[in-house]
Each structure stands twice: as structure tokens, then as C-alpha cells.
Design a protein around this ligand. Sequence first.
Ligand code: CMX
Length: 440
Amino acid sequence: MGIIKERFKAKADASNAEIKELLKEHGNKKIGEVTLSQAYQGMRGITGLVTETSLLDAQEGIRFRGYSIPELQDKLPKAPGGGEPLPEGLFYLMLVGELPNEEDVNHLTSVWQRRSHVPNYVFATIDALPVSTHPMTMFVTGVMALQTESNFAKEYAKGINKKDYWNSVYDDAMDLIARLPRIAAYIYRRKYKNNEHIQPNGLLDWAGNLAHMMGYEDESFKELMRLYMTIHADHEGGNVSAHTTHLVGSALSDPFLSYAAGMNGLAGPLHGLANQEVIKWIFEMQQELGTDAPTKEQIADYVQKTLSSGKVVPGYGHAVLRKTDPRFTAQMEFGKKHMPDDKLVNTVWNIYETVPPILQSLGKIKNPWPNVDAHSGALLVHYGMVEYEFYTVLFAVSRALGVLASLCWDRALGFPLERPKSVTTESVKQWLEGKAEIWE
Ligand code: CMX
């Protein structure tokens, strides 16, 4: 057994014992109640899931195992000469629950390098799709093609003891994370760079290698990828991509199937696809106004136009957050450091000053502040990555770290099939009229 696997297992065993005790003593305590509005309106605010890797506070934003993004930027190991955290370190933290040292992070880099081989038929499967196919469809198709490699599916077919599920789920998680940069870069080069592919560099870290395989050798772009892969990795358990991966995994679908399902959810415009929508929206605004540096007044008019045509302003609002997303702020800091005069980045900052008061004035939007997607595209465009339809693939590669670390925990803690109760409007009416009991 590898050292990280051993540490994970020891932590999970300790957690299991602790949870058993906790449930023995407090299992009947209520952690909330459910209103009819919540049942009809997206289950906002219902606490009904356990996700160990991160916790979202509406005011403060995300904390990974208790650490905020600025704390991670300070405490996680960096690439030689670099200033941004290595995502390997965040994965270790989410999986093991402790901050890694440099040796742990280097170890993970080499484990992922070793496991990164993608069989040719995966590329051939992607090649079978028309080049016009959306990159997220290509990505999920690639992941599904890779499912033939699942250790868990093979072990389960042989007849495995449920106590050992975690073991092959862990191996699948490591294999999948290791291979995703190759699949993502292949899609990028196939669709946008004349099908000219770049071989991996065995000396680079996970995110640096992704930048290299996509064709971006600038060291500050590699730094951006390290930051990007760290901040997009996890956002507790209830968001669509995390929840879907967890839900599908609860049926003992293997990590390839579960992750692919989650990424189909990430591909929705109200979730991860919002990063492409933001840049598309800004490009359309620039085109309509005939300028690449719109004034705040022009931005305000364009926002009103967007709202009056019944569309959302992409990159703004959140189902849980009620303040500016610290992932937005981390990217703003990166922009100030590396490209303070970039016109598009400055437009993003002007939008930040313009949009919240307008959304607030509508009176119905619970969070008028920007989320992670409001900023990410502008930084990518600065380095020449203008192909915005690809952006959600980068989000998906990063999100693998969180949802797959969580899937390892799900199986190690023996979480059962997830199956909440639903109702019909007819049964609600009967209940309101006193003709039916509360549902079991
Ligand atoms: N622009 C216009 N209207 C918005 C809005 C926005 N950015 N954000 C919310 N609203 C509207 C909602 O559509 C809803 O309108 P109706 O009552 O007419 O249906 C109303 O305000 C209340 O919504 P809410 O309770 O504040 O927000 P929700 O929890 O329902 O939705 C979210 C959250 C993210 C889907 C929504 O804010 C949105 O659509 N934002 C734009 C898309 C986006 O940026 N998504 C990315 C989120 C981060 C991520 O997952 O990556």
C-alpha cells in the first residue's frame, strides 16, 4: 500500500469510529426542518449531506479542511520559484485532512505522473466526435471511454467485501486525476490547435504539465493554472457537480461513471459553464458597443438590457454565498500582480463595481456579488486562451480533486445509497387538508 493510501486509511478508520460514537449518542438530534418552499425551490438551506473535504460559509466563503484560500496560498507547498499553491497539496489536505509537506506533494506529483497514461482508444473515441462538439461533451465522452480501466468495477464484478470498496475507489480516483490533464489538453489541441498535440513533460507538476500540454509555456500561465486548479477544486457537498458525483457514487457506480455524471452537471450555465458565459457576454458587449474598454455607464446600460431581456448576468449571484467570492478575490489579486493594465481584466473590475448595486436594486436577488466564474476567463484571455467554450473543461479538471477525494471518503465511511423522499403536489394538498398523514 502507498504511503498516502495508508495515511488516508488510518484517518478514515479513526473517523469511522468517531462517527459511530457520535451517532450512538446523538443520532436522533435534529439538524433542521424542511419547509414546503424548500421542497419546491431547490432545497436551499436544507442540511442533509456530509462532505468532509470543505465547508462553505455564506459570509466568509470556502474553507478547505478549515483553511481559507489566502491561508492555503501561504501554507501549501509551491513549485520551485513559484508563488501559488500546488493543487497536489490541496488534494492531500482534502484527502488526508492534514497539511502536506514538500515531500508529500512531490510524492503525489510523481504518483500522478506514473499513473497518467491514457490508452489510445480514449483519444480515438474523442476523435470520433465532430470537431464542432462542445469541449465538455468531448471531455465527458473521454472520461466514459476511460471507464474500461476502472479497478472498482473489476473488483466488484469479482465479488468484493464491502469493507474494501474504498481501496479500489481510491485507485480509480488517483488514476482518473492523473489522466485528466492529458484528456483536457488533447481536446484543446484537437479543437483549436490544428490537432497538433504536445507530449507530457515528465518533470512538471500536475497543473504545470496541463499548461505545457495545452501549449502555454509562460511560467506565469503555469502559476495561473496552479492557482486555478486549487481554487476551483471543491465548494462543499451540495453544489450540482459535487452532489451529483456523490449521489451517483452512492449507487456504487464506479468513480469514472460518478465523476462523468457530476461533470455533466458542471456543464450547465447556472453552474460551471458560467465561466464561458461571462466571457461570451463581455465579448458581445464589446462588439455591440464597438469598444474593448467600455465605461461603467455603458456597462450599466448593457446590464439593464441583459436583465430586461430575461437573462441572468453571468458570474453574479450564488445559492449559498452572500459576499464577494474569495475565489474571485484571489483571481483579482493575481490580475493585479501579473497584468494590472490588461483591458479585459480592467473591464471585469469595472463590472464588479457596476453590477452589484444594479442587482441589489431589483430586490429579489439574494446575492448580488461576483462568484468564481466572473473573473477566471479574463485571466485566460490575457495569455491568449480566447476559446471560451473550453473554460469549463479546466473547471472540470480541477473539480476532480474535490469530488474524488470526497468519493474516497464516502466509501471509506460506508455511506449508503442516497435516497431522499419526494412528494407530489396532490399529496401535499391532501396533507394540507388534513386528509393524509405526514409522509414516512
Ligand atoms: N442575474 C439576474 N438574475 C439573477 C441573478 C443574476 N446573476 N442571480 C439570481 N438572479 C435571479 C434568479 O434568477 C431568481 O429570479 P426569479 O425569482 O425570477 O426566478 C432570483 O434572482 C432569486 O435568485 P437567488 O435566490 O438569488 O439565486 P439562486 O440561488 O436561485 O441561484 C444562481 C443562484 C447562481 C443560479 C444565480 O445567482 C445565477 O443564475 N447566477 C448567474 C449564473 C452564474 O454565475 N452561475 C455560476 C455560479 C457559480 C458556480 O456554480 O460556478
